[in-house]
Write a protein that binds this ligand. Structure first.
Ligand code: AMP
Length: 279
């Protein structure tokens, strides 16, 4: 596995691959890798002849400077994990100046999808995501790129972006990977205190209970309200808990076949997100 930090070095290699008829699979990440990320790498088995994983903690998608500073980092351990898969040709780890040289002034906005759920909660976040993902897709020349359903809104936004800008890449969605206790794997979980780590699985458990209530025919509004209160009483600060269409992300008051339950809730200053199919 090669570790590449420069755009031009990556471009040279990608051009060689193209000439040799290779196909390129890509997994963008912010590092602090866990089994969820490795599942994305595995999801590209048989889909591409070369795989690139990027690690870049993207400053322009953080709406909070402290959150950016505190985001867990560990390139050496990450490189060892990726090497261990035997599947990754390149770890691309550009620095901030490589991605955003002086004078950088462009932002990509995916209208509509960026203003709801996490977008309403974190102003500018999705412009940052859309901008960096567009750059990375162009830099890597990816034929296929894997994204986790854990960040479901992000996945919808990337699909829209790829379609709207006619980017020649296929988007491969990957179901959320969870701990044995149900908590969705996330780099941010490393920042939970032992006590918060014990509380955290209540989040997916509450989602499952809420979905069971909705499926049993109880009024959606009442189910959501009681789930919010439950989460609050278990120490969560609930940013949103919504039933929405998994296609349009618009709220729904009935259990449509594509309905999903979406949540963002914090324990202390750690913000956790999750979502599940409800039908
Ligand atoms: P991140 O490093 O958190 O920006 O995530 C990089 C990619 O990994 C995104 O496509 C995420 O949706 C995906 N991902 C993160 N956690 C999980 C998980 N628990 N299950 C599946 N995919 C995940």
């Amino acid at each position: 596995m090669r570790i590449i930090r420069s755009r031009t070095e990556l471009a040279t290699l990608v051009a060689q691959w193209r000439n040799a008829g290779e196909t390129i699979g890509f997994v963008p990440t912010m590092g602090s890798l866990h089994n969820g990320h490795l599942t994305l790498v595995n999801a590209l088995d048989g889909q591409a002849t070369r795989r690139i994983v990027s690690i870049f903690v993207n400053p322009i998608q953080f709406d909070n400077a402290a959150d950016f500073q505190l985001y867990p980092r560990g390139l050496e351990a990450d490189a060892a994990l990726l090497e261990g898969t035997g599947k990754v040709a390149v770890l691309y780890a550009p620095d901030g100046a490589e991605m955003y040289p002086e004078g950088f002034a462009t932002r990509i906005t995916v209208s509509g999808l960026d203003g709801m759920l996490c977008g309403a909660d974190r102003p500018g976040h999705f412009d940052g995501v859309a901008t960096v993902v567009t750059k990375l897709l162009l830099q890597t020349g990816a034929d296929i790129a894997a994204f986790g359903e854990k960040d479901y809104q992000q996945l919808c936004l990337i699909r829209r972006l790829v379609q709207d800008l006619n980017l020649p890449v296929r988007i491969k969605p990957v179901p959320t990977v969870r701990e044995a206790d149900g908590l969705a794997l996330s780099s941010r979980n490393r920042r939970l205190t032992p006590q918060q780590r014990e509380q955290a699985p209540y989040l997916p458990a509450a989602l499952r209970a809420c979905i069971a209530d909705i499926q049993a025919g109880k009024a959606v509004d009442a189910c959501l309200q009681s789930c919010r209160e439950n989460l609050k009483s278990h120490g969560f600060n609930v940013h949103y808990l919504d039933l929405r269409s998994g296609d349009t992300l618009l709220t729904t008051e009935t259990l449509t076949p594509d309905a999903r339950l979406f949540v963002a809730a914090s324990l202390g200053d750690i913000r956790l997100i999750d979502n599940m199919a409800a039908a």
